[in-house]
Design a protein around this ligand. Structure first.
Ligand SMILES: *Cc1c(COP(=O)(O)O)cnc(C)c1O
Length: 324
């Protein structure tokens, strides 16, 4: 395997299922839609960060860390999965979350509490600056913190998605399947960058399309190029990547990060009511909403096979009872 030489702990339930969406495909009149179920990675309601954490936690343990610290939004799926991974390996966990403590403890934040994480709110302070300060405070207290970057997106974390691409292609080979396109929600970039490195190394010929959840396309393409190049290097692979190597769609940013509009509501409702499959309000709802729009605009031919890579986030649904 491409990632064999990298230290890894076992957390995720792998391989995640690969499933067709026949009722939705019929409803839309094509393309032929499938889903890769990384919402089922198994760690405290699952999600894509679990694959990254298999490599990040191994790195933290190798360095003798006793605490994981990371940052994110109040409803961060990444923070919740980091808290769960810390608990599983007997590490303490500090989460630096943006803004003020909300009046209700629900969704991911509720799970952060059950998982025993300590939560620090940034107030008005910039997220990463506050993360650095709190890390220093932990050191001053005699702890050995390991900083998991925002979204788990550095070469160590993105390695999880290089392995995921290898997993998908092995599943496809076993089942005699091929996907013309892979569509996913993209934000801090580790997922899409890792998939791109795996795709290049293994000769996957289809196209990987990231639907941006918050960055503008230009900014995200630059992030992806840097991260994919660094990840390839981390794995002692040759390729380097340019921004033009990445397909990113930023037409669905709506009112901004975590502002849920009709696009997301319609997608969540349609997919749940035709397939019994849950999407989340912030990431996969937006990405699937974008995919539905692209389908309706005729971007795909009816015979094409399109794989939606479900990146999780289900716990976030329980923080938004107002959306139903
Ligand atoms: C973090 C997250 C993403 C985005 O993944 P990146 O690697 O940050 O681009 C997508 N979907 C869900 C549910 C997430 O939690």
């Amino acid at each position: 395997m491409l990632t064999d030489r990298r230290p890894r702990v076992s957390i995720a339930h792998l391989p995640t299922p690969l499933e067709p969406l026949p009722r939705l495909t019929a409803h839309l009149g094509g393309p032929r839609l499938w889903v890769k179920r990384d919402d089922q990675t198994g760690l405290a309601t699952g999600g894509n960060k679990t694959r990254k954490l298999e490599f990040l936690v191994a790195h933290a343990l190798a360095r003798g860390a006793d605490t994981l610290i990371t940052c994110g939004a109040a409803q961060s799926n990444h923070a919740r999965q980091t808290a769960a991974a810390a608990a599983k390996f007997g590490l303490a966990c500090t989460l630096v979350l943006r803004g003020e403590e909300p009046p209700q403890t629900q969704g991911n934040l509720l799970l952060d509490r059950w998982l025993g994480a300590k939560v620090v709110w940034t107030g008005d302070a910039p997220l990463v600056e506050r993360l650095e300060e709190v890390t220093e405070e932990l050191r001053a207290d005699g702890r050995r913190p390991y900083v998991v970057p925002y979204g788990g997106s550095n070469p160590v974390g993105a390695t999880g998605y290089v392995a995921a691409m290898e997993e998908l292609l092995a599943q496809c080979a076993r089942q005699g399947l091929h996907f013309d396109r892979i569509v996913l929600a993209s934000s801090s970039g580790g997922t899409q960058a890792g998939l791109a490195v795996g795709a290049r190394a293994l000769g996957y010929a289809g196209r990987i399309m990231g639907i941006s959840v918050d960055p503008k396309a230009d900014a995200l393409r630059h992030t992806l190029a840097g991260l994919a190049t660094a990840t390839a290097k981390h794995l002692e692979l040759r390729p380097s990547f340019a921004p033009e190597d990445f397909a990113v769609e930023d037409g669905y940013l709506g009112g901004g990060y975590a502002v849920v509009g009709e696009l997301e509501r319609e997608a969540i409702h349609l997919v749940a009511s035709t397939e019994g499959l849950l999407l989340d309000p912030v990431y996969t709802g937006r990405a699937f909403g974008g995919l539905l729009d692209l389908i309706r605009r005729g971007v795909f031919s009816p015979e094409e096979r399109v794989l939606f890579w479900h990146t999780g986030g289900i716990a976030g649904l329980f923080a938004r009872p107002d959306l139903v």
